[in-house]
Design a protein around this ligand. Sequence first.
Ligand code: CP3
Length: 359
Amino acid sequence: HNRRVNHHTAASPSPDNSPLLAAYHGRPVGPAVWFMRQAGRSLPEYRAARAGTEMLEACLTPELAAEITLQPVRRHGVDAAIFFSDIVVPLALAGVDVHIEPGLGPVIAEPVRDATAARALAARAPGDAARITEAVRLTVAELGATPLIGFAGAPFTLAAYLVEGRPSRDHLAARTMMHADPEAWDALLGWVAEISGAFLRAQVMAGASAVQLFDSWAGSLGRADYAAHVQRYSARTLDAVADLGVPMVHFGTGTSDLLDLLRDAIPAGSPGTGPAVVGVDHRIGLDEANARLGGATPLQGNIDPAFLAAPWPVLEAHVRDVVARGTAAPGHVVNLGHGVPPDTDPGVLTRVVELVHGG
Ligand code: CP3
């Protein structure tokens, strides 16, 4: 697994000249596609590499994290790698007792239910990112011209896990704290913004070419709550890398009504700040998303993962429709509207990449 992965369309061998970065900058040079959760259980080589190793242990083993990050690039020829890690890794590095239960998701041993617990958590230092830095360096050295995307979880989504203690449907306990105990909420989200920001910064400093902030559960909030209680903490997370000039992608699910607020959470305006990109889920057409954003923001998305198991002609027509609608935006990176389902046939993903690249 030590061969270089060369990008088939790059004019000169640098991530800076890649189709991905060009699209994120709103100056597209050709189609670019990658998939959220492209590294994972859909790949037999992932299941083999992970056998006998717990998820968070795998994330904190640099050689293994690098290998898993590279697997989908080799197999599918996607235009970007996304760093194999998890949104809860910064919590683990800070000493929070968290593990990832297969088939369920993150579980927190001691949920944060009040201001006392939030303040105790907020006193913790971010933790040592050396293993993250090492994994990113190993990955970037192998990737060559293919860019690596770093990522972090947004404060609301991480707070939803910290307060609930486990995945939940409506995030009721977290949303209750948001309204009932603003002081606890501020301590909690401020701290998460700090550690997620440090996690992002470590990845970019070690060689990641772009970042994506995942606010997977932001769609459970209305506009007023998002704007008043959440947006500024996501902005603070991205502020940690705003001076590094990398594109910043902000993604959530169920966020059709929040797209402008997601965009406005991305730092802008200072010299040297990278471009703002919005990730769109499958619930809205990219042409409509582009119209809502005033036609000035590059977009990423939004193949409905449900189509991956449909007959090829049905999926093909859907992918062509996504690509066509994406032409409305100043730049478009093809992706799914959410992560690759674990039971996806990897051959189908390769075929989607070929379709996007070849027409
Ligand atoms: O290819 C990639 O996208 C790379 C890395 C990545 C993972 N998780 C690996 C992972 C990324 C970007 C994430 C982000 C993440 N993790 C999010 C935000 C994105 C989203 O999907 O909404 C969230 C909410 C989590 C929390 C989490 N971690 C969940 C809900 C799960 C699934 C649990 C399960 O078994 O269904 C995880 C575990 C996880 N993170 C896996 C992977 C590859 C599966 C681990 C396994 O192999 O069992």
